[in-house]
Design a protein around this ligand. Sequence first.
Ligand code: NAI
Length: 711
Amino acid sequence: MSDPSKAVTYDELGFVGKIRIDNPPVNALNREVRTGMAEALTQATANPRVKVVLITSAGSMFSAGADLKEFDGQLAGPSLQQLQETIEMAPVPVVAAISGLALGGGLELALACHYRLAHKSAKLGLPEITLGIVPGAGGTQRLPRLIGSRAALEMILSGAPITAADAKSKGLVDEVIEGDLHDSAIKFCKQLVHDGGGPRPTRDLTVPDRLDESVISEALGAHARALRGRTTQTLVVEAVKAATLPFAQGIAVEAAIANKSLASRESLALRHVFFAERESGKVEAVPERSTQPEIERVAIVGAGTMGNGIAMAFADAGRSVTLIDNDEAALTRSRDIIRSNYASSVKRGRIRQETVDERTSRISGSTKLSAVSSADIAIEAVFEDMDLKKRVLSDLDSLFPSERLIATNTSTLSITELGRATAHPGRVLGLHFFVPAHASKLLEIVRGKETSSDTIATALHVAKVLKKIAVVSGDGFGFIGNRMMLDGYFREAEQLLLEGASPQQVDAALEQFGFAMGPQRVSDLGGNDVGTKVRLQLYKRESRPDPYFVIADRLTELGRLGQKTGRGFYRYQDGGRDALPDPEVEKLIETLARERGIARRKIGDEEIVERCILALINVGALVLEEGIASRASDVDVVWTSGYGFPRHLGGPMFYADTLGLAHVARRIWHYQEKLGPYWRPAGLLEKLAGENSSFEQWDRQRKRAIPTPAA
Ligand code: NAI
């Protein structure tokens, strides 16, 4: 009889032995599942009355694959490969019934079964490449035997799951089930026995095609963008090529390659980011659930670039939105922009017109701040101006029930100071969205000195509603991301321009390193005036060493705001996005350098990358030391999900660890000697370097030191 407390249950329905995986939430194939399945298989095959075995799953998915936590330790219990061997060699046919998702090891398990059925809503895929891993449980050997080497290579390189219908047409599944999967699967099993269908080991099939060089280069070319700077794809090709060898040989090649991929820096970095993203939403001493009511209605003040994007983000998540702007024309513009954004998504086939109609009907506009009163939360997104924001927040505070959250989307201003402009600073916090707010992955949640834990809990819930990755930041200039960008990365890029590099050289070098876009192109895209406005506010409060963004600020003065004005660090023709070098900018930079007595020279790409990245890492260490970020892994999440830092390098702090902190500190001292006192290792960096430690170890030690919050 089945035992509901077990990760795997076994029942016999007449001559059908039914093994059911029941390991919520994703039916990961961990030790309990593998052991349970092995036992169930032994039981089924020992009973002569059992003529067919059905493998099925509880919950909404077949299996999301291996338990990643087991990757770094010694594997206990039977391995997935041993389990597959038992299935494939079973004396009776074994049928997999796939519902929901069959991913990674989950699909590999199904590949070892003799027959596969999939519900029409199921999706099947081998996403290992996204973690820098080559499928290691027969995926690269059995998939080509079922669908051909070419199709298998494509599926493994893309990492994206395919639909049940697609799987059927490729020969990956035998039948697509429209109605009840369980009933249909039992019927299929009975029919199979009735028809005398026996075991059909995938390993005995012959691979129908070979990978020649043109097929390989076409497949790699199709994913070149997504796999830029990566190495896993070459290992994938090697493994899939081995599928034409006898199975035992091929599987041995796969095992060696999969192990190599697991130990690669790329995979360690990608897995680091994967876990860092899951960790970032957990915050010390913050309750899991806030006491606030569910968020159904949202008020957004300021219908500009950010307000519009935030409105779309909430409408996409099924919430009602009131966009408030004191400028009637801004509201009209906003309606047009939102409509045209949605229209382009329809054109690209991403959503249907009915969905758009439904979403736009959820967004209404108003010129009156009092329209905020019926909302569950309010988000302010007016111009980046301290006095204006204080006024708006104070007005909101008096119009809005006192227990509800008020957020500001400021990118640099003090949340504590803004909160103090209200009578209830506990409910004020920063929700820092990124452009475009409806599509970007990251949400920085900024905690002012007086922001309550309950408010943070609500904000974390908001991130979940919007399906964004949340990172909680302390309150300081630029929070985590913009502080590191402005005081570290961009600042050094400007310095390099003054010393002799051209904007295109700096951008190309950092794009070669792996950034989606170099710093000057990013500046032109966002608008050089945005940074200048921020700095004007900053100079009122704090000073920064000179030269500090003299070029960008001069470009703003000259009206060279970037793409939107057709000129910035580059020229843009006819409203296009291609960045063309501009001799005028070169001249301007030369003049600014001369005024500051900076001697210009030829600078190598290596120096450009090293200085920009070291500066980024160093400010990252400062941000940690000051308690603005509470985990190095949070800094990595901010930079990989919000600022285009290459994910396969793991984020700036992980990358620093791979360089070795002693090396990082030595190079910073080297640049101090060469360039002056603005180069100085952060205290935390020096300390960790001296102890031969790493940011990862620092995170681990802190985690142990933090008491678990009371439930
Ligand atoms: P924007 O200039 O596009 O829009 C601001 C809107 O606020 C305008 O429509 C204006 O009419 C409205 N507004 C001004 N005063 C108002 C008042 N008293 N009541 C109601 N509405 C008022 O500005 P953008 O770019 O959307 O920025 C908004 C905020 O988001 C700023 O704090 C900015 O720092 C921040 N932010 C901007 C990002 C960007 O890249 N644009 C990225 C992340 C944050």
